[in-house]
Design a protein around this ligand. Structure first.
Ligand SMILES: NC(=O)c1ccc[n+]([C@@H]2O[C@H](COP(=O)([O-])OP(=O)(O)OC[C@H]3O[C@@H](n4cnc5c(N)ncnc54)[C@H](O)[C@@H]3O)[C@@H](O)[C@H]2O)c1
Length: 324
């Protein structure tokens, strides 16, 4: 058996798609997860190590046993608003846990590391954002991710670790076969919330402001299909195997959609209007967040396959319906 790729957080929304894409590409895969927000059935038959990143001894034992050739690290808390209310929780979950994971990986000879970063590391700025746009996280969540990005070159210098930090924009959609998708609790992401509102399962959707300086007053975001994100992780590992330079890469389509445009897509796909109420702007939101994905295209050869918004919504809807 070849050395596995360890997918940390592989029972979660994005991680389960990453593990699936790696396995389909012929990699040996092991998922490490504490199932705090992930789902056992999302591991789909991959080898599983149930372990919390806080448990240093268990982490050490897992690395000693598996000797992974590479780590893809997606585990951690993901709520921007919660991070503002409880920053300590986020610096522990993202920065301290990543430090522990990096340390264990380097101690056991793992030399490749792919890290789930985020567009939340950027300062509000012009769209589209290239990777060298100024960083300036508005939340402890984004700050903790930026801290991990800053740690990586130090592990590279000391231990020869090759790394890529993938800055996701808005992950969305579900696996086209309907078996994997978004199951956060509480759910805060726009498309699943809009689908539930359209189906009358909630009291409607609250817009976080409709007076932003954008084409219809709602925020503009870059929605990237979760299977396209998963493909980029596979390509990032190949890139590192072939000696690619360690760096951060944006993952987005390069095209922005307003929140109202997303609601229109949900209405088109479901045939149901999305009831909305207009709330105040949310602290820390940027009016526009759109990726410049040129570097990932050029260096990884990455091409999103599902860039069309209606396709993203249709896949998310098929997954929701399968669970209803
Ligand atoms: N969803 C997005 O739009 C988005 C955007 C940018 C970045 N990200 C990043 O992508 C990653 C994955 O996001 P997601 O939406 O799949 O989240 P998720 O909550 O579905 O998945 C996270 C997984 O990590 C596991 N986990 C959490 N803490 C752990 C710990 N201490 N020890 C072991 N396992 C632990 C959870 O059980 C879960 O399976 C996160 O790091 C997130 O910050 C997500």
């Amino acid at each position: 058996m070849s050395e596995p790729v360890l997918v940390v957080g592989g029972a979660g929304y994005i991680g389960s798609h990453v593990a699936r894409a790696l396995a389909e590409a012929g990699h040996e895969v092991a998922v490490l997860d504490d199932f705090s927000t992930g789902h056992r059935d999302a591991t789909q038959g991959h080898a599983v190590v149930e372990c919390a990143l806080e448990d240093e001894a268990a982490l050490d034992a897992a690395f000693a046993r598996l000797r992974p050739q590479a780590v893809v690290h997606l585990a951690g808390r993901i709520e921007v608003g919660e991070s503002v209310r409880d920053p300590g929780l986020y610096f522990a979950s993202i920065a301290a846990n990543s430090n522990r994971l990096l340390d264990a990986a380097c101690r056991h000879g793992t030399r490749r590391f792919v890290f789930s970063s985020t567009a939340a590391v950027y300062a509000p700025g012009d769209a589209p954002l290239p990777e060298n746009a100024p960083l300036g996280p508005a939340s402890p969540y984004g700050q903790a991710k930026a801290m991990v990005e800053a740690m990586l070159p130090h592990f590279a210098r000391a231990h020869g670790l090759a790394w890529v930090a993938l800055r996701y924009f808005n992950a969305a959609g579900a696996h086209p076969d309907g078996s994997l998708g978004e199951r956060h609790d509480p759910e805060t992401h726009l498309i699943p919330l809009a689908l539930r509102a359209a189906q009358g399962r909630t009291g409607g959707l609250t817009l976080n402001g409709d007076d932003w300086p954008t084409r219809d007053g709602t925020c503009v975001r870059d929605f990237i299909h979760v299977c396209d994100l998963a493909d980029a992780h596979r390509l990032a590992l190949d890139y590192l195997v072939h000696g690619g330079e360690s760096r951060a890469l944006n993952l987005g389509t390069g095209h922005g959609h307003t929140v109202r445009e997303v609601l229109d897509a949900v209405a088109r796909v479901t045939g149901l209007p999305v009831p909305v109420t207009v709330g105040p702007r949310r602290a820390g939101d940027s009016p526009v967040l759109v990726a410049d994905p040129a570097a990932a295209r050029e260096l990884l050869g990455w091409r999103p396959r599902f860039a069309d918004l209606d396709t993203i919504v249709a896949h998310a809807r098929a997954f929701e319906r399968g669970r209803a």
